[in-house]
Design a protein. Structure first.
Length: 142
């Protein structure tokens, strides 16, 4: 998009924002210009939040959702029914289900979908970990 009308730093931010799912160049430009209008302290806070994503967020070793804690809040909640596991493709699916407030079991995130046409088999997602979790639950009497 190299344009003499935009400073290189702004062009870079627009290009980076455009890489996000569902964000095209027009929306990325609007977002970048909005951020540019913020006080510098607020822009730094956003930058810090983005920087901390990889240092603070990890996968729960039980269900493989994103969490700052291990186990995550759901897996560590004794009020949850740990005998029920809802298998989801992506951590975003948990957010949608949790908004309903109805499901009280636990989750297992596959981090993908099995798709033989695309060459994605069970070994490419967290299916092996799910089977191990089920076996461990059976042995524990769950």
């Amino acid at each position: 998009m190299a344009s003499k009308a935009l400073p290189p730093a702004l062009e870079r931010l627009i290009a980076d924002l455009s890489m996000l799912p569902g964000i095209g160049e027009k929306t990325a430009t609007r977002l970048a210009l909005s951020i540019l209008r913020w006080p510098e302290s607020r822009a730094r806070e956003l930058g810090e939040a983005i920087t901390q994503l990889h240092s603070r967020i990890k996968l729960c070793t039980t269900c493989f959702t994103f969490s700052e804690d291990d186990p995550c809040a759901i897996c560590g909640d004794p009020r949850r029914d740990h005998t029920i596991i809802c298998v989801v493709e992506d951590p975003g699916d948990i957010i949608a289900i949790e908004k309903s407030g109805i499901f009280r079991g636990t989750y297992h995130v596959l981090h993908g979908a099995i798709s033989p046409m695309d060459g994605i088999g069970p070994e490419d997602v967290k299916a092996k970990e799910l089977l191990k979790r089920i076996e461990e639950s059976k042995r524990a009497g769950g």
